[in-house]
Design a protein around this ligand. Structure first.
Ligand SMILES: Cc1cc2nc3c(=O)[nH]c(=O)nc-3n(C[C@H](O)[C@H](O)[C@H](O)COP(=O)(O)OP(=O)(O)OC[C@H]3O[C@@H](n4cnc5c(N)ncnc54)[C@H](O)[C@@H]3O)c2cc1C
Length: 475
């Protein structure tokens, strides 16, 4: 049997590795000249950057993947300490360490009995996380009965499935600072704290309970660990699928053709579904796609400086009323003056990522999906304000990555950085299906599908897709 995987991001790489471990001959086709998708690597002028993911969470998901493909994890994991810093309006810094007891004083300053409340919150979110890992994540949802079982319904209220993350968090915390601390992770899920379901508070267990890890060598090292067992065709864009007898039998690319018995789309679901499949074979129509809630787009800035900056590896900066920023992203209201953003300084955790004595900084500023304003000016303002606050006057290297580049480089619908937001109506069964309804040998993986956004999630989507293939082979 021969499988063709479209897309060399984490979902495509994981799918290709898992299928080839099953003895299937695999070819992976990627439109860019390097692998990794959103997790590509940028190296220039002595500075090295990961272009996308930087938070290594849920380490057991990566371990499970490497053990499933019969490999040792090819990189060392370092638990970061501090885990991260949250700065609010340049007035307050909250620094969180992986050992919760080291945060006692800090949390008690944010709210009366903040530490005990956080301990209770983590007990609860740990339960949610472990339940999700055991019962909800590593499985396919194809019918309402898969999700709304008596057991799940029984646990749904307890899990906060039907409330928002914000109202779930308010069950534990009162102060604005604590709500920010336990709400910022909603951006990882492509939503705002008042919209994404409370179920996703489970992501706070890895962040606060397990700790934030750093893979030595960066995310590019993980990508390297997932190649080698199958054929890769780089710089080749899939443009049309050829279909016969309810099956895809070949893909036309900008360089030729590739045939196969099984096909997996792991790029932008909407783009592939609407552009590559012949009329009548798409899983969803324009009306469906137009009513989805897309995750934010973003402008990124990669900045090299000759000086060293005194900040930890992960720094989140909240500016002004963050609800106005969320509202601009999801409700089309104007962007506020002060935008919140995230800075990753990998050079704090590894040498050789910047010239001697310098640092490499990565800025992520969330923007509305479909944004077509001047994102570079927005990024410049943020970058220079940040550097000025740290007494840095000179930039040695700077490169922006705009919403337009998300569209051009990854075929990202509306230039979304993360795919589809995690709203209640876009969770589990309600995310776009992993199977094509009209073509029996076509599957979809990646951040649009269940379980969703983030490297661990898209790796799980690859595991689920592989389970589907294995069970189909047994039929
Ligand atoms: C800036 C940023 C920061 C992030 N931070 C984190 C983080 O800290 N931690 C975390 O866990 N997650 C993070 N994420 C999310 C995570 O990176 C993604 O959810 C995940 O990498 C998506 O993987 P994917 O395989 O679904 O898609 P992609 O990585 O987009 O891969 C899809 C691939 O398909 C290719 N493709 C598209 N169309 C075609 C075609 N027609 N022919 C051939 N190839 C095609 C694209 O070029 C792309 O390489 C971040 C994302 C971004 C953008």
């Amino acid at each position: 049997m021969k499988a063709v995987v479209i897309g060399g991001g984490f979902s495509g790489l994981a799918t290709a590795s898992l299928l080839s471990r099953q003895g299937i001959e695999v070819t992976l086709v990627e439109k860019n000249n390097t692998l990794g998708g959103r997790a590509r690597v940028l190296e220039e002028k002595g500075y090295k950057f990961d272009m996308g993911p930087s938070w290594y969470l849920m380490p057991e998901v990566f371990d499970c993947l490497f053990s499933s493909i019969g490999k040792r994890r090819p990189y060392e994991l370092v638990k970061l300490s501090p885990s991260f810093k949250l700065t609010i309006d340049w007035k307050k810094d909250i620094v969180i360490y992986p050992d919760m007891s080291d945060n006692k004083e800090e949390l008690n300053k944010l709210e009366e009995n903040g530490f005990e409340k956080m301990e209770r919150y983590l007990e609860y979110t740990r339960f949610m996380y472990e339940t999700a890992m055991k019962k909800f994540l590593y499985r396919e949802y194809s019918a309402p009965g898969d999700l709304f079982t008596r057991e799940v319904m029984g646990e749904a209220v307890k899990l906060g499935l039907f409330s928002s993350l914000e109202s779930f968090n308010k069950r534990f915390f009162k102060s604005e600072d604590m709500l920010k601390l336990t709400g910022f992770a909603s951006v990882f899920l492509g939503g705002s704290p008042d919209v994404i379901p409370g179920l996703y508070a489970l992501v706070n267990y890895p962040i606060f309970g397990q700790g934030v890890f750093y893979p030595k060598g960066g995310f590019g090292k993980i990508v390297e660990g997932l190649v080698g067992d199958y054929d890769v065709r780089l710089g080749e864009e899939v443009v049309k699928a050829k279909v016969k007898d309810r099956k895809v039998y070949a893909l036309k690319t900008n360089k030729g053709e590739v045939d196969g018995d099984l096909f997996v789309f792991s790029g932008d679901y909407r783009w592939l579904d609407q552009n590559v499949l012949p009329v009548g074979y798409s899983n969803y129509d324009e009306g469906y796609w137009d009513t989805r809630v897309y995750a934010p787009s973003a402008v990124l800035a990669f900045v090299g400086i000759r000086d060293s900056i005194d900040e930890p590896h992960h720094h989140i900066v909240i500016r002004g009323d963050w609800k106005k920023h969320f509202s601009a992203i999801f409700n089309n209201s104007p962007l506020p003056e002060g935008l919140s953003y995230y800075v990753s300084i990998r050079s704090k955790s590894e040498q050789g990522l910047a010239p001697e004595g310098g640092d490499s900084l990565f800025f992520l500023i969330p923007l509305p999906p479909g944004f077509n304003g001047d994102s570079e000016s927005i990024a410049k303002k943020v970058v220079f304000e940040y550097l000025e606050k740290h007494g840095i006057r000179e930039v040695d290297y700077i490169r922006f990555f705009t919403p337009r580049e998300f569209r051009l480089d990854y075929n990202a619908t509306l230039g979304t950085a993360f795919g589809l937001a995690h709203t209640l109506s876009q969770t589990a069964l309600f995310r776009p299906s992993m199977r094509n309804r009209r073509l029996s040998n076509l599957l979809y993986t990646g951040q649009y599908t269940h379980p969703g956004i983030g490297v661990p999630m898209v790796i799980i989507s690859a595991q689920v897709a592989t389970q589907i293939v294995v069970s189909q082979l047994k039929e």
